[in-house]
Design a binder for this molecule. Structure first.
Ligand code: F6R
Length: 606
């Protein structure tokens, strides 16, 4: 999610590193930093370009490391910006990813008397490597022994004070690429940062580390076994590279869903532990134990995630949840007290209406929480406490991966609330286990996208579409319709299926197809009745059905299959399929789904 660039060679490093960082801006950043031994540690929250002005003298260092940060642990602030120094500057390190067991490692170091300058997991990693080095291990032994203790993901680059001119790097679940030039070399998280300098690159594989000098690079496993790898030539341009080979950001972000689900649950939920760890809610646990009602606010997709959360928390925890659109809640007088809690759901953390509702609720003395993606955003800073989703930067205007992590975030919150309020049930346990298996199921949904695309080809010609679902799938009907509207401009309406006879059925004819989200759940039979009613009026039907549902093919004109899963998680898989459907319809109509007309990613005005 963050960006790394490092250089060693004969040229002055600082301007090269700043240029490299600016190429990583598309990943989003909230602070940036650079270190060369000669120019020192320069860090800023005012953007990459502000770093140059921080150098005390004309830059002279010829090797160094640099980073743009997308905050995960610790607010965006200079003290949390990378590079991080350890033990009197014996090493400096930059890190992408999340160290899941950083608190255990930190406690171990604190017991040895370490103090930390930042709130990050990355600084803990720097201290841990430095401690092993001080204890007499070589640089690579210290690096490998630390990394073998780490749980989580990392792409790192580091420099040791005792080994000038050498870059060290390692990767696990977060990419690292080495760029090879003439008497110079680079390390980056992403080839975009270096292809303007060299197109000859070598990628690290998971569980490998590298030692890079201007003339050589050596790659080894954490067990110090040598790996030979010849450089390859990058042929794509920067724009293509930043999309990682995908045609659009929307497609890339849909493909990141399994990873970001795992990132959102990482360190919070585990098979071994029965409790859920949500550090951001710790300080308000008393209020959450006593809370009588929860009010959720959000706009657009975030509101639909809230509707899913309302049903989920209602059924798993038995807690009443009210749901409001930010644009409505801000103008209503909301009775708030310390026993009522407002939860704002937002990807950007900047949506004006959601923010206004938070402020209004706060003024009335209510406790405010956030379920936010962008760390340190205005809403994240305004609420009393909260939970971050870890979707990473979302560039496509239509929310895909961020929406899914909001659903997962509600899963975590439901489990936490149940725990705090002493609610136990076998249902909760099976839901927890199911949440841990969601990345695998999500990968399966992605593997089936070709079939969805084929179905989508038939529907690009229609002017209208209806999306229906019941219970936990009703929010997915709204969200699916919104996604289609946004990226294909087809008029689409989401409806709870039980409302069909109260009006919408009148619209149905052979020119008005319906997307029926009908997984094999407790309301399946009711959905089948709705589907039959639509069929009787000649409405074309696409059914989102669970594997093995033999009736689906008989009833529907087209079927989009999703894997069997826990009842509360099939809607999550369905929403992924509906994102793929909208994407494919957009392409069939020749629309760029990354740039829907009239829309902006962050709605900071009313
Ligand atoms: C739809 C979409 C929007 C956002 C809404 C709220 O694809 O992205 O509906 O969900 O604008 O934005 P955030 O979550 O940033 O508050």
């Amino acid at each position: 999610m963050c960006g790394i660039i490092a250089y060693t060679g004969e040229r002055v490093a600082l301007p090269l590193l700043i240029t490299g960082l600016s190429k990583l801006e598309y990943r989003g950043y909230d602070s940036a930093g650079v270190y060369t031994p000669e120019d020192g540690l320069l860090r800023s929250t005012d953007g990459v370009q502000s770093l140059a002005a921080l150098a005390p003298n004309a830059p002279s260092g010829t090797f160094g490391i640099a980073h743009t940060r997308w905050a995960t642990h610790g607010a965006p602030a200079v003290r949390n910006a990378h590079p991080h120094a350890a033990q009197n500057n014996i090493l400096h390190l930059v890190h992408n990813g999340i160290i899941e067991n950083y608190q255990d490692l930190k406690d171990e170091l604190s017991a040895l008397g370490h103090t930390f300058a930042s709130d990050t997991d990355s600084e803990v990693l720097a201290h841990y490597i430095a401690t092993a080095y001080e204890a007499g291990l070589t640089t690579t032994e210290a690096l490998a022994s630390t990394l073998s203790k780490v749980r989580g993901t990392y792409g790192i680059a580091l420099v040791f004070a005792d080994d000038p001119g050498t870059l060290y790097a390692a990767a696990l679940g977060s990419p690292i690429v080495i760029g090879i030039g003439e008497h110079e070399a680079w390390v980056a998280s992403d080839a975009t940062a270096l292809i303007h300098e060299t197109k000859r690159v070598v990628y690290l594989e998971d569980g490998e580390y590298a030692i890079v000098t201007p003339e050589t690079y050596t790659i080894k496993t954490l067990g110090h076994i040598d790996k030979t790898r010849t450089p390859q030539t990058v042929t794509q341009n920067a724009e293509e590279l930043s999309k990682h080979g995908y045609a659009h950001y929307m497609l890339k972000e849909m493909h990141e869903i399994p990873t970001v689900i795992a990132d959102t649950t990482r360190g919070r939920l585990s098979e071994m532990r029965s409790t859920v760890k949500l550090g951001g809610l710790e300080e308000v646990r008393r209020e959450l134990e006593r809370m009588e009602r929860l009010m959720v606010v959000g706009c657009g997709s975030a509101y639909y995630a809230g509707l899913y959360g309302k049903y989920l928390i209602g059924s798993l925890v038995g807690l009443p949840v009210d749901l409001e659109l930010g644009s409505e809640a801000r103008y209503r007088s909301i009775p708030a007290s310390r026993s009522s809690v407002l939860l704002a759901v937002t990807q950007s953390g900047e949506t004006a209406d959601t923010l206004a509702s938070v402020k209004a609720f706060k003024e009335h003395g209510g406790l405010t929480l956030g379920l936010v993606n962008v760390v340190g955003s205005t809403i994240a800073r305004t609420v009393d406490a909260g939970v971050y989703t870890h979707a990473g930067p979302e560039i496509g205007v239509a929310s895909t991966k961020a929406f899914v992590t909001q659903l997962v975030g509600f899963g975590l919150i439901a489990l936490k609330l149940a725990e705090l309020r002493g609610v136990t049930s076998t249902e909760l346990l099976s839901f927890k286990d199911a949440l841990l298996s969601l990345p695998t199921l999500a990968t399966e949904v992605l593997a089936r996208s070709e079939r969805v695309e084929a179905v989508a080809q038939h529907y690009a010609k229609y002017a209208h579409m209806l999306y229906i679902g019941r219970s936990l799938s009703a929010p997915m009907a709204y969200e699916g319709a919104l996604k289609l509207k946004e990226v294909s401009y087809i008029h689409a309406e989401g409806y709870p299926a039980g409302e069909m006879k109260h009006g919408p059925l009148a619209m149905i004819d052979d020119a008005f197809p319906t997307m029926a989200i009908a997984p094999r759940d407790s309301v399946y039979e009711k959905m089948i009745s709705n589907i039959q009613e639509i069929k009787a009026r000649k409405g074309p039907i696409i059914m989102v059905a669970t594997d093995g549902d033999y009736r689906a093919e008989e009833m529907a004109d087209h079927v989009i299959w999703i894997p069997k899963a826990h009842e509360a998680l099939m809607p999550v898989l369905a929403t992924m399929a509906l994102q793929q459907f909208a994407y494919a319809v957009a392409l069939a109509k020749g629309i760029n789904p990354d740039r829907p007309r009239n829309l902006a990613k962050s709605v900071t005005v009313e």
